[in-house]
Ligand binder design. Structure first.
Ligand SMILES: Nc1ncnc2c1ncn2[C@@H]1O[C@H](COP(=O)(O)OP(=O)(O)O)[C@@H](O)[C@H]1O
Ligand SMILES: [Mg+2]
Length: 241
């Protein structure tokens, strides 16, 4: 459904992504690992067109989306969840969730509200609908941010370190919601430092370093039989697996 071909991204003179190639099939749960600063966030941001690729193609349903005219329609179909939640602090939970579908004329305010309440009920946060983000815990904020993405009915969701800003006891509620969404057939790309989660949850894992995908494989191949020296070195420094 999605194919990234020869993707390059430069900031000024700094080349962050040199030549990234990846095929994503429907229902893939792809984990992206690699050292800090290697371009994982930039890669996700390019897929969602929050950054314009310097070169290369992003083919989504046989259409190259690296083209400003497709920005809006692409963003509706490719959702993104951020480390810092990115909720609007001056809006209630409900207002945050219904903003995009109403703004894009995908639903009336009434329809969006109904759907938002249904989704909030599923994650046990219906009673928080009129709360402001700063009245919620980190785990609750991230679950609201995920629901805000889900109401757009995306085909793919990109998660950029969705649990990194959370206290440890709140990580589970977010990863459990991610598991539930995956079970319902969502395609996901996930950047995370939670190696156990990546190892157990992802159908495919890619290791990024130096602007390239240096190794790609099943979770078993990447974590138990790594071939690339840089990947071996990266894994040896992580002690939670
Ligand atoms: N908007 C930007 N302008 C300039 N440099 C950037 C910008 N965004 C990211 N970078 C640089 O690109 C590199 C990769 O960043 P990032 O994608 O955030 O890495 P990661 O998510 O793997 O930690 C870093 O060196 C970072 O400083
Ligand atoms: Mg990052």
């Amino acid at each position: 459904m999605l194919e990234i071909k020869n993707l390059k991204k430069r900031f000024g003179k700094k080349v962050v992504l040199k030549d990234i190639n990846l095929k994503v099939n429907k229902n893939d749960i792809i984990g992206i690992i690699g050292p800090s600063g290697c371009g994982k966030s930039t890669f996700l941001r390019c897929i969602n067109l929050l950054e314009k690729p310097t070169e290369g193609q992003i083919i989504f349903h046989n259409d190259d989306i690296v083209d400003n005219t497709k920005l809006e329609s692409t963003r509706k179909k490719i959702g993104m969840v951020f480390q810092q939640f990115n909720l609007f602090n001056n809006m209630t939970v409900l207002e945050n969730i219904i903003l995009a579908p109403v703004m894009h004329n995908m639903m009336t305010k009434k329809e969006a509200t109904k759907e938002a309440l249904r989704l909030l009920e599923e994650i046990d946060l219906k009673d928080k609908k009129d709360f402001y983000p700063n009245e919620l815990s980190g785990g609750q904020k991230q679950r609201v941010a995920i629901v805000r993405t889900l109401i757009m009915n995306p085909e793919i969701i990109l998660f950029d370190e969705p649990t990194s800003a959370l206290d440890p006891e709140m990580i589970g509620e977010v990863t459990n919601l991610m598991r539930k969404i995956a079970k319902e057939g969502m395609t996901m790309l996930i950047v995370s430092h939670e190696m156990n989660f990546i190892k157990n949850f992802c159908t495919k894992v890619i290791f990024m370093s130096d602007g390239y995908i240096l190794e790609e494989g099943t979770s078993n191949q990447i974590f138990n039989h790594p071939k690339n020296e840089k990947l071996k070195n990266f894994l040896s420094k992580i002690n939670d697996i």
